[in-house]
Design a protein around this ligand. Structure first.
Ligand code: NI
Ligand code: MN
Length: 229
């Protein structure tokens, strides 16, 4: 069975695997680069990395329309329940915790970032996701600085790592090269750049650095572009 991962711009991703549709950080309607709107996506599950508006995005509307199960940190989950997402469809997590789901295994990993909700309320701690999908391991770092423990995340082998390269709010291109060295994935895709001018980056020169300084294959996508695992 093939897993397909589509970039929806910024840190928004759509994953088709095991007959299920999974969204990561579905920031769509207000995203300058998203190739689809919130009412045009399928979702059985939504993975939310933290409370910032450019990640929570259209989660409430999509979850209410589709009945998708949302996996997020505990406080983000509580906030979503307060916005009308069914509490029976919310799985609250915390860093280091994992859970088996119908499409694969989800582990909520640490991230160095912040996590207030769009209305300013407390959003718990931010995270990333280590997914095991049909035997393939995929790491979404989400919004984070570079951290040495990425070595632990990569220790079991990674088929794909998805890293922010925008700088300013997250690690930038140079730190992402160090992240690739620590994670040692087979392939690496950049995100969280070129959404707005403050996080503009040259993905072509980033890809050259990945090729010359690491063993990973860089995958630079346009929004709407797909990766087959
Ligand atoms: Ni953020
Ligand atoms: Mn962000």
């Amino acid at each position: 069975m093939t897993t397909t991962i589509t970039w929806l711009g910024h840190n928004a991703w759509s994953i088709e695997t095991a007959g299920k549709s999974i969204l990561v950080d579905p920031f769509l309607n207000d995203s300058p680069t998203a190739p689809v709107k919130a009412d045009g996506v399928r979702a059985d599950f939504i993975l939310l990395s933290h409370g910032h508006g450019d990640h929570v995005g259209d989660t409430v509307a999509i979850a209410r329309r589709t009945g998708a199960t949302v996996l997020a940190n505990f406080e983000v989950g509580q906030w979503l329940a307060g916005k009308g997402v069914s509490s029976g469809k919310i799985i609250g997590m915390n860093p280091g915790g994992g859970i088996q789901q119908p499409f694969g295994h989800v582990k909520f990993t640490i991230a160095h970032h912040s996590s207030s909700m769009p209305d300013g309320s407390y959003g718990g701690v931010p995270g990333g996701f280590l997914l095991t999908l049909d035997g393939e391991r995929v790491y979404f770092a989400c919004d984070t600085a570079l951290f040495l423990d990425m070595k632990l995340i990569g220790a079991g082998g990674l088929d794909l790592a998805v890293l922010p390269i925008g700088d300013l709010y997250t690690m930038g291109p140079d730190d992402s090269i160090d992240a690739v060295k620590l994670l040692n994935p087979k392939r690496v895709a950049p995100c969280h750049y070129n959404t707005w001018p403050p996080i503009a980056q040259d993905a072509g020169s980033w890809a050259q650095k990945v090729r010359s300084h690491t063993a990973a294959e860089p995958l630079v996508l346009e929004p709407g572009g797909k990766i087959a695992l």
